[in-house]
Design a protein around this ligand. Sequence first.
Ligand code: ATP
Length: 311
Amino acid sequence: MASESVLEIRGLTKTYGSGKRQTLALNQLDLSVNRGEIFGYLGPNGAGKTTTIRLLLDLIRPSSGSARIFGLDTRADSVEIHRRIGFLPGELSLWEGRTGDQIIHYVASVRGDSRGIAKQAGELAEQLDLDTSKRVRDLSSGNKRKLGLVIAMMHSPELLILDEPTGGLDPLVQQTFHEMMDDYRAKGRTVFLSSHVLSEVQAICDRVGILRDGELKAVESVEKITNVEFNWVDVTFRDAVPAGLQRQLESLLTISDVSTNGARVRMRMAGDFDPLLRAISSGYVEMLHVEEPSLEEIFLAFYSGDEEKTE
Ligand code: ATP
């Protein structure tokens, strides 16, 4: 069965300012996100992630191009779209003098079915260990973020758009958030989240897009790119790196980027460990440390082989 796309972006371009002070924040973005997937929109600061999200929500207007959500135009049909989505902005501004409960009840009443929504909000707050009786001004930035997540998710929207959702959350809460995203996907709902945290995207997303300088550099399934296997290996010897070891390692087909520092040798290794273990057995190995590559490194490795960009 062909997958149904929830989000379709075509040629979306945004330029801020005019004349010499013009910034091209987003350049000809083409992207589709399917129903039931968690899509990670990854990029360094200033890449254009927030600009994309603001365009999707019709908070700003594109210079050219268009986007459709649920088949509806993001400009012409923004009211209908807002009814069916949940949104967590990167910079959340909530009424500081109100309590979490007051804000939840207000937003729930605007959305209709306030009783059902408030009940769901209570469950989400409990999952996130958030005290909704406190005034916003008395909440830490992490707890404000949790309140933002509750408000974004409490009406069980078909599509969640989250801008840097876990910024300021401690690792335990991040783990809870990951579980919430898994539940969300299991219900056939869709999530579009921006992040610059590679491990997070790796842990929860089905596909990722990498944005740099306003351009989409790659779109790939997390599973496929993490199959590009290599590791960083550090070997520490008790005394010194055996003479000639660096050259011997460099001659192995599966090993590259070898560097020696004191009694330590570091290398990039693909494939089996056996050739390495044989090579280092001439010295007394005190410690062997294996480190997985970052998603960025995996992407670079994946795309250095002239692979076609796929969506
Ligand atoms: P971050 O991770 O830091 O939030 P981002 O990927 O969300 O970054 P954007 O905020 O979309 O990036 O910014 C993309 C580019 O557009 C940057 O060069 C930024 O300086 C510029 N920009 C964003 N908003 C405006 C604005 N209102 N006026 C002028 N330039 C802007």
